[in-house]
Design a protein around this ligand. Structure first.
Ligand code: AR6
Length: 170
């Protein structure tokens, strides 16, 4: 099982092999984490999205691009269910984490930083978004050994940290 830590900060500042983008099906940029990644990483990320994913990505799937100017080596894009638009299939949310970890493994990554997928613009209730992240990461048999959940907001970070500690074997 990978080491799982909660980190307070901006996802785009993380010095890890992979940062995960909470993207849309179109993979052509957007708001939230997606906007921050494209802004900080520069145009190479969008160019790679267009070249490698001409039809975008299905909800629950993941795929990689360059990380452009970011400190990370790759961005793994995944598409969470849009709860606000009525997409309530939790297995798709679990799949985002599993597929992102699989792609990171295939890249040979040893560290990966996730945002809380679907928990922003897509409106997934936060407590369950955190529970789903922990469930999917803890049950993964991925080789990547340093897994971080990064939140920019101190209250969200505290919730993630508390959930990780509560689930830790005593
Ligand atoms: N670093 C860390 N966490 C962040 C950052 C950041 N720079 N920015 C936001 N968060 P969201 P979603 C938190 O909305 O719900 C885009 O338009 C945020 O507070 O980025 O999956 C895409 O194109 C929240 O807890 O992702 C899609 O259309 C979490 O990251 C759509 O939004 C995820 O919020 C995806 O929405």
């Amino acid at each position: 099982m990978p080491t799982l830590t909660a980190v307070l900060g901006d996802l785009t500042d993380q010095h890890v092999d992979v940062i995960v983008n909470a993207a849309s099906n179109a993979m052509r940029g957007g708001g939230g984490v997606d906007g921050a990644i494209h802004r900080a990483g520069g145009p190479a990320i969008l160019a790679d999205c267009i070249a490698r994913f001409p039809n975008g990505l299905a909800t629950g799937d993941a795929g990689w691009t360059t990380a452009g100017d970011l400190p990370a080596r790759w961005v793994v894009h995944t598409v969470g269910p849009n709860f606000a638009a009525g997409e309530r299939d939790r297995s798709r949310l679990l799949s985002c984490y599993r597929r992102a970890l699989e792609v990171a493994d295939r890249l040979g990554a040893s560290s990966i930083a996730f945002p809380l997928i679907s928990a922003g613009i897509y409106g997934w209730p936060r407590a369950d978004a955190i529970a789903a992240a922990l469930e999917a990461i803890r049950s993964s048999d991925a080789l990547v050994d340093d897994v971080r959940i990064v939140a920019r907001d101190a209250a969200i970070h505290d919730e993630v940290r508390a959930a990780i500690q509560a689930a830790e074997p005593s």
